[in-house]
Design a protein around this ligand. Structure first.
Ligand SMILES: [Cu+2]
Length: 169
């Protein structure tokens, strides 16, 4: 007579524990253009503050030569910790969250009107030099162009009476 001992097979569950993680997609490797087609960015100027620690004011001209409206959503300035779009109307100034530029439209950021405020400047930014302005659009595209660094002077009347501290957030 034979006795059959039952066999118990241990099933390892270890293999299942590795199933919870998905490999991260490499989004940064996508090919977003740094020069958004259909747009021309020129006359970039950054007027440095008369008083150290104050923000600089940036100006530029943006032309939409394409056939679609674009929405400017953010600005950044190389050498500034952060930058904002502002619009001066009469005596008051307000942050500008987004700006639509229609096909064929030219938008000027200029003294007394729309301007870029650049905060916490790198001391390496000095008059006569250049830095870079980057515009980010609502669709994620970016457009960069040089910014000429100018000494304070021509922009003084614009800066007077403008308290930007309330925009620090
Ligand atoms: Cu401002």
């Amino acid at each position: 007579m034979k006795r059959l001992a039952p066999l118990f097979l241990a099933v390892s569950l270890a293999a299942l524990s590795a199933c919870g993680q998905q490999p991260a997609k490499d989004e940064a490797a996508s090919t977003a253009p740094e020069a958004k087609p259909g747009l021309t960015l020129s006359e970039g100027t950054l007027v440095l503050p008369a008083v150290k620690g104050n923000p600089a004011a940036g100006y530029f001209t943006l032309i939409n030569t394409g056939d679609k409206a674009v929405t400017l959503a953010a600005v950044s300035v190389t050498g500034a910790a952060r930058a904002e779009m502002h619009e001066t109307t009469g005596e008051s100034m307000a942050p500008l969250a987004t700006l639509e530029i229609k096909p064929g439209e030219t938008v000027k950021f200029e003294r007394g009107g729309k301007h870029v405020m650049a905060f916490e400047l790198d001391p390496a930014l000095t008059a006569g030099g250049t830095t870079e302005l980057t515009l980010t659009f609502a669709d994620g595209d970016k457009l960069s162009a040089p910014l000429k660094l100018e000494a304070p002077g021509g922009g003084m009347e614009h800066m007077e009476g403008m308290d930007h501290s309330e925009h620090s957030n």
